[in-house]
Structures are given as C-alpha cells and as structure tokens.
Design a protein around this ligand. Structure first.
Ligand code: SF4
Length: 426
C-alpha cells in the first residue's frame, strides 16, 4: 500500500514541477511514508525522522512531510510537538495536505483548483514518475482501502480507517493507463481484497473485476492480495482458474493453528475451516501456490497451542509462510486487554522452529521445478543477473546479456533452493 501511495505522490509532485533527487541534502521536499504494523517498523520510521532534523536546521525552507500509518486517518496531534521539524502530516493514501501546503508556498492564486487538478491525476490516470517510465514492469493498484475487521492484534483499522472500495471504473482506468505506460503486471491490493465491492452500490465482485482487467491489452499478469479465509468465494477461485492472465497464487493468512488462539485473535474461523479452504483452493486451481502468515507468541499461546500451528503448517505444506513474533501495538484490543506473556526467547524459539520447517517445505516444493520449463516475467537486472517471477510467484534468476526487461520468457530451471531458483533461457 505504501509503495503504491508513494508512487502516486511522486507522480503528483512531478506534475507540479518537482524532480527526484537521491541526495536528501539537495531536496526541497522530503516525504517519509511510514508503516507501523510492527514495533520494529515504527522504530525505523522514528529513527529516520530523527535523522532528518539536521537537514531542517541547515535549510529552514525544506518541507518535511510525515505520511502514512504513523499519522493514521484520525491524525496524530502529538507527533508535530514531538518532532517540530515536521512541516505537514498526511494520513495514509492522502497526499492532499502536502500538495495544499506546496501550492500555498508557491503562492498559487487558486489553491483549491490546483489541488483538484492534481487530484484528478491521482484519481485514475496515474502517470508514472519519470524514473519509472518504460522501466516499471509490475505495479500495485490499491482497490480496497482500510479494514473494518477488528483482529485483536492489528493496528491497521485504527490507522487506515474503515474499509472502502475504490470505484470499479477508476480501477480499470488506472490499469489501462499503467498498461499504456508499459506495465506488464498489476497486483490488486486490499487488507481483505476478496471483500472488494461489498460497500459499493452495484456490489461488483473481485471475480468480475479480474475478468474485465483480463481484457486489457498489454497486461500479461494480474495478482491480488491479501485474502481472508472467511471471504474467499468459489466464484473468485473459479475466476483465477479460468483466466489465463490471473496468476495461480493465493496469499491467505492463517495466523495461528489452535482454535482457542484464533478465537482470542478474533479471526472468525477455525483451523479446520482453514484446512478445508486450502483443500478447496487446491482442487479448484490446479498447480496453485499458496502463502500464509503466522504470528507466534500471541498472548496466552501455550506450547501445546503452538504445536497445533506447527502441525498445521507441516500438514498443509504451503509454498511460503510469512512469520512474525507478536508485538503489542498501542490502541489494539490485545495491547489493552491481554498480557504479552510469552517471553521473547520463547517467541524466538517458536519462530525458529517454524522457520526451519518452512525452509524444508519450500525447498521440497521448489525442487519439483528442477528440470522443468516455466514462464518467467523479468522485472530487473542486478549484478549481471536478470530477476523475474513465475506465475506461482517463485523468484527466478537467469544470466543473460539480452535485454529481458518486461519480457515473459520460458526458462529451464537448473537449480532450486527454498527462496529462489536459477535457470537458463529455453
Ligand atoms: S483482517 Fe487483516 S487488516 Fe483487517 S484487522 Fe484483521 S489482520 Fe488487520
């Protein structure tokens, strides 16, 4: 979400005449787009913010904008008194406060009109920032903003606000405009992406959106994330299976394998319902790859309950598991009501056990690709190697002198590991 928001803002700034610089000391405007989903992300944002102070001391005209979840949709009144060198704060996905300030400073006679003009750019026809034009292969399109669930540990609803879907036509317009600018792959984003359209008057579905997006010329691949076990419909799974441009890759978090923990987390499903869903996904989408998220050390999680998570991961053999150690986030139900009672060393022990297990599973699944030929969409070249992904989202490296940027090519896989593969052009 933040990558997409930052790109949008960079585009708007360029429309106003700004150019990017790699050196902070040369900048007239610095935007810090923040994430606070885990304590470590928040610490990083605060650290970076503190490091900007000397620049502001040297150049009082520098505009520092703090954006994103550190501010939240309700604003953060303390932040500017704590960090007085911040000039303007913006909620997530909302560039307007910064653009208004810059227009004011530029002495634009009709600020309303110029903000409206810039927002028109923001609403559908996204013009890629110059440094990405002709180079960006894969882009994110947020389609559901905010979240109205209330998982006990999660800070997102309080920071990104209530769930709301972007208008259907606006998304199609943005995807067409990205395809015209050379983008080959789009990833539709939502905290619960499967809930797309439920709040819109015509109740369009994600499945219908995937069908219409598939018609766009130039687009080769479409992905979406993140799904929620309670909201994945068969209609959606069938659309993924039917539409050749929609990649057979599903990101659907379980978070914990014990029902008691899932209940305390307020996730709204049981471990058995999740197992059934994974079975359904695999039956309806042959060859699908599936990723999950797991939090270890949630308040009250016993060793037996952790073992249930371990067993579930061992049984379901997911392609990827994103693992996290629980950290209480201020303003969440679990931070207010539940004691963070699993010691850090124990959280780390559980984390490592799952990490080792997943490494073994991912290596085993990826080994099946050895000596096969897969379609790889190449995204960038670094240190002499091209890097791309299979439709199932496996990372593939290929050595080649040719310009493969944005090309989808058949690759013969010669080596596989748990996190990536190596191949040669077929
Ligand atoms: S569904 Fe996802 S984003 Fe929404 S509250 Fe739960 S974990 Fe957070």
């Amino acid at each position: 979400m933040n990558v997409a928001d930052s790109r949008r803002l960079a585009s708007a700034l360029e429309q106003m005449g700004y150019e990017p610089t790699l050196k902070p000391e040369q900048a007239d405007v610095i935007v810090l787009n923040t994430c606070v989903v885990r304590q470590s992300a928040e610490n990083k944002a605060i650290g970076r913010l503190s490091s900007l102070r000397p620049l502001k001391d040297k150049n009082p005209d520098l505009v520092i904008n703090l954006m994103g979840c550190l501010i939240g949709v309700r604003g953060n009144t303390q932040i500017q008194s704590r960090f007085p060198w911040v000039d303007v704060v913006s909620p997530p996905s909302d560039p307007e406060p910064l653009l208004t300030l810059l227009n004011e400073r530029a002495g634009k006679a009709d600020e309303q009109a110029s903000v409206a003009e810039t927002n028109a750019v923001l609403d559908g026809d996204l013009v890629l920032p110059k440094h990405e034009q002709g180079k960006l292969v894969s882009a994110y399109i947020p389609i559901v903003l905010g979240c109205s669930h209330a998982c006990a540990y999660c800070i997102i609803p309080s920071r990104r606000g209530r769930e709301h879907s972007r208008p259907y036509q606006e998304i199609l317009q943005e995807a067409r405009s990205l395809a015209r600018q050379g983008v080959k792959e789009i990833t539709l984003l939502g905290q619960i992406v499967d809930r797309y359209g439920l709040d819109l008057p015509e109740k369009p579905t994600l499945a219908a959106l995937l069908r219409d997006l598939s018609e766009i010329k130039g687009l080769k691949r479409i992905r979406f994330l993140t799904s929620h076990p309670s909201w994945m419909t068969d209609d959606l799974l069938d659309a993924v299976a039917e539409l050749s441009k929609v990649c057979p890759h599903i990101e659907v978090p379980i978070q914990a394998g014990a029902d008691e923990v899932l209940r305390t987390m307020r996730r709204g499903y049981t471990a058995q319902a999740y197992r059934d869903l994974i079975g359904r996904i695999r039956t309806r989408i042959p060859g699908v790859s599936i990723a999950t998220d797991i939090i270890v050390g949630f308040p009250g999680e016993t060793d037996e309950q952790f073992q249930e998570t371990y067993q579930l991961l061992n049984d379901l053999r997911m392609d990827v598991a994103h693992l996290a150690r629980y950290s209480p986030r201020e303003g969440t139900y679990s931070a207010r009501k539940l004691a963070d009672d699993v010691p850090e060393e124990e959280k780390m022990r559980r984390f490592r056990l799952l990490e080792e297990l997943q490494e073994e599973i991912s290596a085993e699944i990826n080994a099946r690709y050895r000596d096969t030929t897969v379609a790889v969409l190449f995204e960038e070249q670094s240190r002499g190697r091209w890097r791309g992904r299979t439709p199932t989202n496996k990372l593939v490296f290929v050595e080649s002198d040719r310009d493969l940027l944005g090309q989808e090519r058949d690759v013969h896989i010669t080596w596989t590991g748990p996190w990536s593969m190596i191949g040669t052009l077929a």
